[in-house]
Design a binder for this molecule. Structure first.
Ligand code: IPE
Ligand code: IPE
Ligand code: MG
Length: 243
């Protein structure tokens, strides 16, 4: 994969419902297959040189779905978290979360807390699962905390920098993703990492999430490696020009 492998890849795992629909199966079966696809991918990603993977598992908007589907996804999340709890020491994963967990069931919250605590010294792949996550909600909570610090006299409003905001997000201190993948051919970010993804490269594939394989991840990385990232400057003959 060479040395220009993105250190942090974020994934919008979309298309579970369509995968199930194509097979005349209940949507929850699509989510189950999606969880298996994620499992295969996470076991392969470390070997490609990726250090951090953030996956969008449930958005702040996904509560609009039927109770049956929401409960199905929550059950699959809990099974996944517990599977990683059984495996974390063997696979050396470190697991984190993004999003406001307070709306999840107390049981799921406890399982996540236990997995985070127990895996915190893992030296392998750093996995972040976004649950009840919305980029706007994350910013709202960050602004709330910043305002609180200002009110308590701990922070001068004139001293607020972009870094101050970054440091108040759920994702801190994980670096910004260089590459954001979305499956199922949808060209939108659906409230995912809106601050952190400001300069990410986006890769959209038509593959439905349950069909996404480690080989597809490899292809996304190869596509990323062909991109010309400019960050608003100019890249002439490999020399960065700032003027
Ligand atoms: C993504 O798959 C998983 C979640 C949002 C939980 P979808 O369920 O959105 O699948 P489609 O978009 O309906 O195919
Ligand atoms: C984004 O997918 C959320 C997750 C993958 C968890 P959605 O299917 O919810 O997004 P929209 O509705 O297509 O924007
Ligand atoms: Mg969808």
């Amino acid at each position: 994969m060479g040395n220009n492998v993105p250190k942090h890849i974020a994934i919008i795992m979309d298309g579970n419902g369509r995968w199930a629909k194509k097979r005349l199966l209940p949507r929850v079966m699509g989510h189950k297959q999606g969880a298996d696809a994620l499992d295969r991918l996470l076991h392969a990603a470390g070997g490609m040189g990726v250090e951090h993977i953030t996956v969008y598992a449930f958005s702040t908007e996904n509560w609009k779905r039927s109770e049956e589907e929401v409960n199905g996804v929550m059950g699959i999340l809990r099974d996944g978290i517990n599977k990683y709890f059984r495996e974390y020491s063997k696979s050396n994963f470190r697991v984190d979360s993004l999003g406001d967990l307070s709306r999840l069931s107390p049981e799921l919250q406890a399982d996540i807390a236990r997995l985070k605590e127990n895996s915190k010294n893992g030296k392998g792949l750093h996995i972040t699962i976004a649950m009840n996550y919305g980029g706007r909600d994350e910013l709202r909570r960050a602004v709330q905390n910043i305002a609180r610090e200002v009110k308590e006299g701990k922070l001068d409003p004139d001293a607020i920098t972009e870094d101050t905001i970054t440091q108040h997000l759920d994702s801190y201190p994980t670096p910004d993703p260089e590459l954001i993948i979305r499956t199922s051919g949808e060209f939108r970010i659906s409230n995912f990492l809106i601050w952190q993804g400001a300069y990410a490269e986006y890769y959209i594939t038509d593959k439905l999430w349950p069909d996404f394989t480690p080989e597809d991840l490899r292809e996304a990385i190869l596509a990323y490696q062909k991109r010309d990232r400019r960050f608003g400057g100019r890249n002439e003959g490999g020399v960065w020009q700032s003027g």
